[in-house]
Write a protein that binds this ligand. Structure first.
Ligand code: ZN
Length: 158
């Protein structure tokens, strides 16, 4: 679902704060007084909304469930140390260079493709293991029965 959002996004893949913030609709903790985890702090820390209290980073695809007293940036650093957004560490859009934007966009695209391939691999694994269970694979592996009649027919016709 979230992957689809990234792929179908008309703007660059959530590189900018306002685009990430725009994904949040009536975020659950925005009404809590004293909540440190809000749509604004999540969007600032690189996250887009994935439903209820969850949010995902489009650059490392960490989809996390948050508590109202979480610090989204601290959580992001803790769980996504390899993330391009975390490594850049530029929470203020005005600090982003064009090269930063390009590497963020590349990360988002590469991660989305990686996830897609991972999903199709899982599907393939499921299919082959269920095929093995039903015996279709082992059946196909058996040596073909020698069909003597066929080879005779071929000899005759040639
Ligand atoms: Zn990330």
């Amino acid at each position: 679902m979230a992957l689809k959002k990234i792929e179908e996004s008309k703007s660059a893949p959530f590189i900018f704060y306002k685009d990430r913030l725009g994904t949040f609709k009536n975020y659950i903790y925005d009404d809590y007084s004293n909540a440190t985890c809000t749509s604004k702090t999540l969007a600032r820390a690189g996250f887009v909304w994935t439903g209820d209290e969850s949010a995902m980073c489009p650059f490392c695809l960490k989809d996390l469930s948050f508590d109202p007293d979480d610090d989204p940036w601290e959580e992001h650093k803790k769980r996504g140390s390899e993330c391009e957004f975390v490594q850049l560490g530029k929470l203020d859009d005005l600090k982003l260079t064009l090269a930063d934007c390009i590497s963020l966009a590349q990360s988002a695209i590469i991660m989305a493709q990686y996830k897609k391939h991972e999903n199709s691999l899982k599907l393939l694994e499921q299919r082959t293991s269920s095929a093995a269970l039903s015996g279709t694979v082992t059946e196909a592996m058996k040596p073909a029965k020698p069909s003597t009649t066929k080879s005779r027919r071929i000899k005759r016709s040639s």
